[in-house]
Design a protein around this ligand. Structure first.
Ligand code: AMP
Length: 416
């Protein structure tokens, strides 16, 4: 029996992980410069949390969640997105009491049982941010800017930002009725999927991928034209902020996104370097969600960005040449006694922060030298009976071939 990773999941191997670490480092840097603080929430949560926040009738909740009963018969779910967990943690830990505005970010794995394809996995990774406690439209823009700045710092500039407003509980119900009336007229010509959404989730009909549907939807009423005064003002403010900060964007009246919790602003960042799954990041405002999850009424806004898709764009632009960190020194052992000394010395040097490798496979001196070469070690030191007796040895620089005599008891000074 050969075990294989589960369909839609991937190993990130040495050689690849350095790219991830580099990106994660940059994300942390951008977040820090915007004063966001990292939060790590558990991989699984109670199923009800996601059903309540993402929406009972959304694709994620109805079709894609990894939900199971644990041994106490509790229904738990591997987190399909980050916001619900962050808000649960915010409420549970009374973070709102310590600061009137909480700026949080996360990086981590998410799980959705989608049909795997390029850029779509079942375990994928997102980085994202949430700003909780303010209605300021500047924060909506800040979310877009954080994502775009991260891309820019990686050299990704071929991105498109689409923005919309999906209204609030005051203006959306009226618009929904209008939309349902309009969709009812063209219902019979729409795809089966869109038809099934008309009653349950009519806004999702707007962003369906079917081309025939999109042609039929050309004259559909758009929510941005039916916003209440507050939502309209907010939207104008967000767009003005983007203009003032010279962030290129287009208003896409059909952008609604797959999660029910959004109010007012919704946005998406796409990349032409990706195929059909071209969304790099998405986000929006969720002013009612915290109250809905049992917290005090608190506005919030956030975004989430896919790591795998970001790496796909990077790899398409130019081959990524990160290599695994290399050991600085390889200590070759000529015999059994040397092997013993070498292992002890390696431990000592490693404790001082010097990257050292030794042989564990009883290899000949020649084979150990080959291994040091293969590992691209910068320095090699051969230890045999002569070196142990004299207490000194010769360190060879593998790049310049220069040699230096060193005292074995003070080896670390060579690397100081
Ligand atoms: P969402 O949480 O659906 O708004 O997704 C935010 C971002 O996460 C998307 O724009 C993608 O970049 C990424 N993403 C979402 N689902 C997947 C998936 N199944 N596989 C890989 N990336 C994904």
């Amino acid at each position: 029996m050969k075990y294989r990773s589960i369909k839609g999941t991937k190993d990130i191997l040495p050689g690849e992980i350095e790219v991830w670490q580099h990106i994660e480092g940059l994300v942390r840097q951008v977040m820090r410069s915007h004063n966001y603080h990292e939060i790590r929430t558990p991989i699984f949560e109670s199923t009800a949390l996601f059903a309540r926040s993402i929406g009972e009738l959304t694709d994620i909740v109805t079709k894609e969640m990894y939900t199971f009963r644990d041994r106490s018969d509790e229904s738990v779910t591997l987190k399909p997105e980050g916001t619900a967990s962050v808000l649960r943690a915010y409420i549970q830990n009374n973070l709102g009491e310590h600061a009137s505005l909480s700026k949080l970010y996360y990086i981590g794995p998410m799980f959705r049982q989608e049909r795997p394809q390029a850029g779509r996995l079942r375990q994928f990774h997102q980085f994202g941010a949430e700003a909780i406690g303010s209605q300021a439209p500047a924060l909506d823009a800040e979310m877009m800017i954080i994502a775009l700045d991260t891309y820019r710092s990686l050299g990704i500039t071929e991105t498109a930002l689409k923005v919309n407003s999906v209204g609030c509980q005051r203006c959306r119900p009226h618009y929904k009725e209008l939309l349902i009336d309009h969709l009812a007229i063209i219902a019979s010509q729409l795809s089966a999927e869109s038809q099934s959404r008309i009653q349950n989730n009519p806004l999702r009909v707007l962003d369906c991928k079917d081309e025939q549907d999109q042609r039929l939807l050309q004259n559909v009423p758009l929510i941005k034209d039916y916003l209440c005064q507050e939502c309209a003002d907010h939207f104008t403010h967000v767009l003005t902020t983007l203009d003032e900060t010279q962030i290129e964007h287009t208003v896409d009246g059909k952008l609604v996104r797959g999660l029910d919790y959004y109010t007012k602003t919704a946005f998406e960042i796409t990349s032409s370097a990706l195929g059909s799954q071209d969304a790099l990041a998405g986000g929006g405002r969720y002013d009612l969600l915290i109250e809905e999850l049992g917290g005090k009424p608190t506005p919030g806004v956030g975004f989430a960005a896919g790591m795998e898709r970001l790496i796909m764009v990077l790899t398409k632009q130019k081959p990524i040449t990160f290599s695994a960190p290399l050991p600085t020194l390889y200590i070759v052992s000529a015999d059994e006694q040397a092997r013993h000394w070498t292992f002890q010395k390696a431990i000592e040097l490693r404790r001082r922060g010097i990257a050292v490798e030794v042989d564990y496979l009883d290899r000949s001196v020649k084979a150990q030298m080959r291994e040091a070469n293969r590992l691209n070690c910068e320095f090699v030191l051969v230890i045999g009976e002569r070196e142990l007796t004299s207490g000194s040895g010769t360190i060879k620089n593998m790049i310049s071939s220069a040699e230096a005599s060193v005292s074995l008891s003070q080896l670390e000074t060579f690397f100081a």
